[in-house]
Write a protein that binds this ligand. Structure first.
Ligand SMILES: Cc1cc2nc3c(=O)[nH]c(=O)nc-3n(C[C@H](O)[C@H](O)[C@H](O)COP(=O)(O)OP(=O)(O)OC[C@H]3O[C@@H](n4cnc5c(N)ncnc54)[C@H](O)[C@@H]3O)c2cc1C
Length: 370
């Protein structure tokens, strides 16, 4: 009799949804799967700004992890992972128990960087964990002007969507020379026009040097008063990766080959934001990239654990259609050097997000409760 192999799926990120889907469709013989999460639901970040704008109910932006795990024949461990001993192949759970594994796959996302700015941890709302950010940003106690620090796609969407629902005076602050950071000139022009029309004040080439309870000090010497400060300056690596003994990249993300497997510890995988590609291929930390890694991860884990198929490399797409929700029934769409704004873009974003969510929600409903 062959021994059962244990697969740990750590974190319910985008790529792991594809592994769970495959397991629900056809179980992998001789494989026991454990899904390690923080809690029993997973928020879909692509729709979170829409939820904050009042466009969606909470159920429309959440996955039921218990049902998904049940559909996939996996055991759910909702106390989270607190540490990894890569050498000993041991994962410690949040409740103190330890699990050993034959293969462990990390898809735990990233955390918001505080950039070492004093006062951020005490006085700002960090974007992640999303659950905590959401409860703060929907709380009636949050009043006064809204300050969003960080003009990446998420920061721009949040400024637009929170302002759409609350009508609060809103400032978007970015230390670069345009928003969204890294967008094409056409997209930046559209977004700038939109922010102007909506009365959202844009502060470019500005850096926060210190936060107090209701004041942001800028490098220019200016002071901005706020009721709520959302910190959205970019990602940083979860600490448990660098502490695991496995190879990490210069930023502390789990080092992986293009097959998504660790070069130092075979059987250890990473995908999504928490993966650092050592081949040097450019893989932005965005959900759309995590999604495309899903089928590769699924196939490579199956090949390792069941011996069927051969591992294949993930190749990042050269660009993607970016759709920013403006929170008012319109969206800005950007593709290569082109940009559009209007209701059609919003309908397209809603459709793409709905299809993605329904694919996995349906799976949970059909198989999870049967
Ligand atoms: C407001 C907002 C809007 C965004 N909109 C878009 C968008 O429209 N398009 C896009 O491409 N990108 C978007 N992004 C970026 C996107 O969220 C991330 O790049 C993406 O979610 C990364 O996916 P992932 O699979 O790596 O992990 P995630 O989707 O972050 O999932 C990781 C999960 O693992 C859990 N976890 C963390 N630590 C542990 C642990 N120790 N144990 C167990 N579980 C753990 C987390 O709680 C989380 O549920 C947005 C980000 C934000 C904040």
């Amino acid at each position: 009799m062959t021994a059962v192999k244990r697969l740990l799926l750590v974190g319910p990120g985008h790529a792991h949804l594809f592994v769970l889907e495959a397991l629900a469709q056809a179980p992998w013989p001789g494989v026991e799967t454990v899904l390690v999460t923080r809690g029993r639901t997973q928020l879909y970040s692509g729709r979170v700004p829409g939820y904050l704008a009042g466009q969606y109910a909470l159920e429309a932006v959440s996955f039921d992890l218990e049902a998904l795990a049940r559909a996939a024949g996996a055991r759910l461990e909702p106390s989270g992972a607190s540490s990894l001993e890569a050498e000993r192949r041991e994962l410690r759970l949040g409740d103190g128990r330890t699990l050993t594994y034959d293969a462990a796959s990390f898809d735990i996302g990233s955390l918001p960087a505080d950039d070492g700015v004093p006062g951020v941890r005490e006085h700002a709302v960090p974007l992640k964990p999303l659950e905590q950010a959401l409860s703060r940003l929907t709380s009636a106690r949050e009043t006064g002007p809204l300050l969003v620090v960080g003009g990446g796609a998420a920061g721009v969407e949040l400024a637009l969507c929170l302002q759409a629902r609350t009508g609060r005076p809103t400032v978007l602050l970015e230390n670069g020379s345009q928003v969204p950071r890294g967008a094409s000139r056409a997209a930046a022009r559209r977004v700038r026009g939109l922010l102007e029309r909506r009365g959202i004040h844009l502060h470019l080439e500005s850096r926060v040097t210190r936060l107090e309870a209701d004041v942001a000090h800028l490098d220019s010497g200016e002071r901005l008063h706020f009721g709520t400060c959302v910190w959205a300056t970019g990602p940083r690596a979860p600490e448990l990766l660098a502490a695991s003994g496995a190879a990490v990249d210069a930023q502390g993300y789990l080092a992986v080959r293009d097959t998504l497997e660790s070069p130092s510890h075979p059987g250890l995988f990473a995908s999504g934001d928490c993966a650092g590609f050592i081949s040097g291929q450019h893989v932005p930390k965005a959900g759309v990239y995590a999604v495309r890694q899903g089928p590769v991860l699924r196939d490579n884990l199956r090949a390792l654990l069941t011996g069927s198929g051969t591992p294949r490399p993930y190749r990042a797409q050269s660009g993607f259609l970016s759709l920013l929700n403006a929170g008012d029934g319109t969206a800005v769409g950007a593709w290569k050097g082109l940009a559009f704004h209007g209701r059609a873009m919003w309908r397209l974003k809603d459709l793409i997000d709905r299809r993605f969510m329904e694919r996995f929600q349906r799976l949970a409903e059909q198989r999870g409760n049967g």
